[in-house]
Write a protein that binds this ligand. Structure first.
Ligand SMILES: Cc1ncc(COP(=O)(O)O)c(C=O)c1O
Length: 362
């Protein structure tokens, strides 16, 4: 079966010597290697300040704290995402206010965001779902008009671009996950890209119990709630090695995505996703809309290819559905949406096979 998602681990001969070195170095906690990973990640992103963490969920949590979201506030979000995006909102005691998606992209709609804004709105979370960048221009203008900070959940969209610049350069906070199946895995891990230097410094304190690492333990005075969210030298070592190959790896997702974009045009029963102007997806999954999705998924499975909608609409989770909302565009999008494999493991032959099968119908 060609899987929809797959873990990418560097070759044994590259990974093991460096892993062994750090494991027996006597320093496996957060140290210089973590700093090195952060600076290299900033270089890759091309801007901002990288706060490395032990998960993407931790990055979402810290972003919400730094954005000033508190108990009883509301955060506008999308239901088309993995659960952590919205579970994190509940971690700060806030409520989730849904905004519908654009039916052509599956990403949060600017018009719907504006409709959902009220006096309790303290932040907007936008998700580059499946690696497709959000409407950066439209979202920025809403954020500026109402002075509400945006948190971009780019867990699926490392390396995706808007106007030639990678995600991580467009909003005050950008969240990455380095969990097992993402473009870049450190086994588990995450990062928060923070535009503002002062907030970055505060983020460092939040990620370590509220303690300031620049001071000795005895000179420290905790003045707000912190967490144990930091990355360690072992995960950072894996991250550094992954970064050496990341451009090439993501390029393969993009090549496969471009191939499907080109070859699935005008195929019966298939509707392609649109991308916002000036954006370049990094195709963590390839998303398309199909008639008779169950039939499509079965036909692909019968031929050894995994296809799936992968995520459950988050408004179907009782705990996350604070304000049940009609989401007609999502209803439409989700009824037809399906993902097919698109990552580094998909060979030229694999993608040709998928094309032939889809063109034959289901
Ligand atoms: C869209 C999205 N946001 C956030 C996360 C959370 O990342 P992590 O699993 O590293 O906590 C994930 C991954 O699970 C995700 O897919």
């Amino acid at each position: 079966m060609i899987p929809l998602i797959k873990t990418s681990i560097p070759p044994r001969e590259v990974l093991m010597p460096r892993l062994e070195q750090v494991l027996y170095s006597g320093y496996i906690a957060q140290g210089e290697v973590v700093e090195e990973f952060e600076r290299k990640f900033e270089e890759y992103i091309g801007g901002g300040n990288t706060l490395s963490l032990n998960s993407g969920t931790a990055a979402l949590h810290i972003a919400l704290i730094l954005a000033g979201v508190k108990e009883g506030d509301e955060v506008i979000s999308t239901a088309l995402t993995a659960e952590p995006t919205n579970v994190a909102i509940k971690m700060v005691g806030a409520k989730v206010r849904w905004a519908d998606v654009d039916s052509t992209t599956g990403n949060i709609s600017v018009v719907a965001i504006e409709k959902a804004i009220n006096s309790k709105t303290k932040a907007i979370i936008v998700v580059d779902y499946a690696g497709i960048p959000v409407d950066v221009k439209g979202i920025k203008s809403i954020s500026e008009k109402y002075n509400i900070p945006v948190i971009e959940d780019a867990a699926h969209a490392l390396g995706a671009k808007y106007k030639g610049q990678k995600t991580g350069n467009h909003f005050p906070f950008t969240v990455y996950s380095f969990q097992a199946i993402k473009h870049l895995t450190t086994i588990d891990g995450g990062a928060l890209q923070i535009a503002d230097k002062e907030l970055y410094e505060k983020g460092k304190v939040i990620r370590w119990f509220g303690l300031d690492k620049k001071l000795s333990r005895l000179d420290n005075d905790i003045t707000f709630q912190g967490y144990k969210y930091h990355m360690n030298n072992v995960n950072a070592t894996i991250g550094l090695i992954q970064l050496e190959n990341i451009e090439k790896l993501i390029q393969r997702y993009i090549e496969n995505g471009n191939y499907f974009d080109q070859h699935l045009k005008n195929v019966k029963g298939v509707e392609l996703i649109e991308y916002y102007q000036d954006t370049e997806p990094s195709y963590w999954l390839y998303t398309l809309k199909v008639e008779n999705r169950d039939g499509f998924v079965k036909m692909m499975a019968d031929n050894g290819i995994m296809a799936s909608e992968l995520h459950k609409r988050n408004d179907l989770h009782t705990y996350l559905n604070d304000y049940p909302t009609e989401l007609p565009n999502l209803d439409l999008f989700y009824s037809k949406m399906v993902h097919i494999p698109c990552g580094w493991w998909v060979t030229d032959e694999d993608r040709e096979k998928m094309m032939t099968l889809i063109k034959q119908g289901w």
